[in-house]
Design a protein around this ligand. Structure first.
Ligand code: FES
Ligand code: FES
Length: 168
């Protein structure tokens, strides 16, 4: 259930390369700030208690659970949501790989899976399928799309690696 929101102190957030000033109480989570105030509904609310990974976003390039993070804790830091992952209309390699591998069914967990997968690749945890499974274990999929999700991450990791090598 959404947190009841009423005006309070101002919190300044930098989300997807844009700045926002929100009149929210200190108890409002980043997840509710994104969904209820900014209507960035790509970040999903599953369990709202840190167990499903549906709310995964990036803060300063690291994956975090938005339902366990207060908006006021990330004031002034660079927040990226699924809406900000594509740059100038070009999808991230992970987004493309999820489409290529049909790595979703209902799609509810998908934004969190993709944000977590980008983190997993950046952390260098994609050396084997078992490593991918372990470092993606915080993201649950009720549809059981796990084999396709792992295949998509394996594929995207190779694409990111090739891009890094050709940029050297
Ligand atoms: S909604 Fe945040 S972990 Fe489930
Ligand atoms: S695709 Fe339905 S919950 Fe993962």
């Amino acid at each position: 259930m959404a947190t009841s929101l009423s005006a309070g102190a101002e919190v300044r957030l930098r989300i997807n390369r844009s700045d926002y000033v929100l009149p929210i109480e200190p108890r409002v989570t980043l997840l509710d700030a994104l969904r209820e105030y900014l209507h960035l509904n790509g970040t999903k609310k599953g369990c709202d208690q840190g167990q499903c990974g549906a709310c995964t976003v990036h803060v300063d390039g690291r994956r975090v659970l938005a339902c366990l993070t207060l908006a006021s804790q990330v004031e002034g830091r660079a927040i990226t949501t699924i809406e900000g992952l594509a740059i100038n209309g070009t999808m991230h390699a992970v987004q493309e790989a999820f489409i290529r591998h049909d790595a979703f069914q209902c799609g509810y967990c998908t934004p969190g899976q993709i944000m977590s997968a980008v983190g997993c690749i950046d952390e260098g945890r994609t050396g084997s399928d078992s490593s991918i499974r372990e470092y993606m274990s915080g993201n649950l999929c009720r549809c059981g799309a796990y084999p396709h999700i792992v295949a998509a991450i394996r594929d995207a990791a190779q694409t990111v690696d090739l891009a890094k090598r050709s940029a050297r």
